[in-house]
Design a binder for this molecule. Structure first.
Ligand code: NDP
Length: 361
């Protein structure tokens, strides 16, 4: 049973580029945001090494250091941080409620920046160094790490659009890219398949599962142990890089009962805003973007979500000493909430049509 109740104007779930950018903007707008950091504070960039495509760092920057800068900038303007795992949420009314083992967190506006996680194969050698070869030749992001594989032989695992895109992108650097897929046909769209198949640097190995990534901290990746599920044959395939491209999973499960999402779980936002279907709840970064998935785009949408939250709060009626509530446009909501008095004196009903309709209509 949570013991501590925290009540804030803006609560941000997630502390990657989207969440921390939202925090910087919300803090500078005097909204005293609370950022809830989950099991991977700083998000996906904290498990990468050099980040060379984030503008403003001409010489590149290490992922963890970049996120440390984000965090310090957010803290400088008064962002509060709480490391906690959210067990349950209740978005049925404002303030929205988030429950952790120790806290009930009440949020007047909620910004969801919980990110997405690359799916992994779960095989030996895949874990981040020092436990495996992650970061030493194993990656799940060609845009982030492709540059480090100039002239090398690379394997891409998967048969969807991500795998085709990663394989095609990696041919800019690699001497050869081999797509290893567990079936004999691709899931990827025809156009992406055609592009990859026409590329002379890409070849395909079908009906094949990767069982282990081979190498050592000294050598990096040297190969993979593969299994042909049609012939039962096992062999070693030599390569210097392995890109796992079997999909991403947005970290949005806890919001599934409340918010509109696509079939994979990416939260839907309206038009050019970061507004979800629930007024006062905004989503940004990889939790709502399955397409760009870059740190800079996540940061951009984090900024948008904070501005949206600020405007949402600004436009809410503010209680007046008379018992009425006054909106930023000067409309007055009567104490009994039944009527709105417009600035020109016109009185309109504040009762939803269904409730005000006479019975039997
Ligand atoms: P998908 O789920 O579409 O494809 C995942 C692929 O990985 C499948 O081929 C699947 O095999 C394989 N796979 C899954 N789990 C395993 C495993 N444990 N071992 C081996 N192979 C595995 O994910 P994507 O990320 O490719 O695409 C997600 C969505 O994003 C799609 O809607 C896609 O169209 C979209 N997208 C669009 C892009 C674009 O238009 N530029 C770029 C990237 C993605 P199997 O086929 O046997 O199930």
């Amino acid at each position: 049973m949570p013991q501590n109740i925290l009540h804030r104007e803006v609560v941000i779930v997630g502390s990657g580029p989207a969440g921390l950018t939202a925090a910087i903007y919300a803090a500078r707008a005097d909204m005293s945001p609370l950022v809830i950091e989950g099991p991977q504070p700083g998000g996906q960039l904290t498990i990468t090494t050099d980040v060379e495509n984030y503008p403003g760092f001409a010489e590149g920057i290490q992922g963890p250091e970049l996120m440390d800068q984000f965090r310090r900038q957010a803290a400088r303007f008064g962002t509060e941080f709480l490391t906690a795992w959210i067990d349950r949420v209740d978005l049925s009314e404002r303030p929205f409620k988030l429950f952790t083992s120790e806290h009930e967190i009440r949020a007047e506006t909620l910004i969801i920046a919980s990110g997405a996680s690359a799916k992994w194969l779960g095989i030996p050698g895949e874990a981040p160094a020092p436990h495996g070869l992650g970061g030493l030749g194993v990656s799940a992001c060609a845009t982030c790490d492709g540059f480090f594989f100039k002239g090398k032989r690379i394997v891409v695992v998967g048969g969807g659009d991500t795998a085709m895109e990663e394989a095609t992108f990696l041919t800019r650097y690699a001497s050869r890219v081999t797509v290893i897929h567990r079936r004999d046909s691709l899931r990827a769209s025809k156009i992406m398949q055609d592009k990859a198949m026409k590329n002379e640097k890409i070849d395909f190995v079908w009906n094949t599962e990767v069982k282990e990534i081979l190498g050592s901290p000294e050598t990096g990746v040297t190969g993979i142990r593969i299994y042909n599920n049609q012939t039962g044959e096992e062999s070693v395939f030599e390569c210097e890089g392995v890109f796992v491209a079997i999909g991403h999973e947005p970290n949005t499960k806890m919001f599934r009962d409340w918010l509109e999402m696509d079939e994979i779980g990416y939260i839907k936002t309206a038009g050019r805003s970061m507004a979800t279907n629930m007024p006062g709840v905004f989503a940004c970064g990889d939790a709502q973007d399955s397409f760009y998935r870059q740190a800079i785009t996540a940061a951009g949408t984090g900024c948008m979500a904070a501005i949206d939250a600020e405007r949402f709060l600004d436009n809410l009626p503010v209680p007046a000493p008379t018992g009425e509530a006054v909106t930023i446009e000067g409309e007055r909501v009567t104490e009994d909430q039944q009527s709105i008095i417009m600035p020109d004196g016109e009185v309109i009903s504040n009762v939803p049509e269904a409730e005000s309709a006479p019975a039997g209509d």
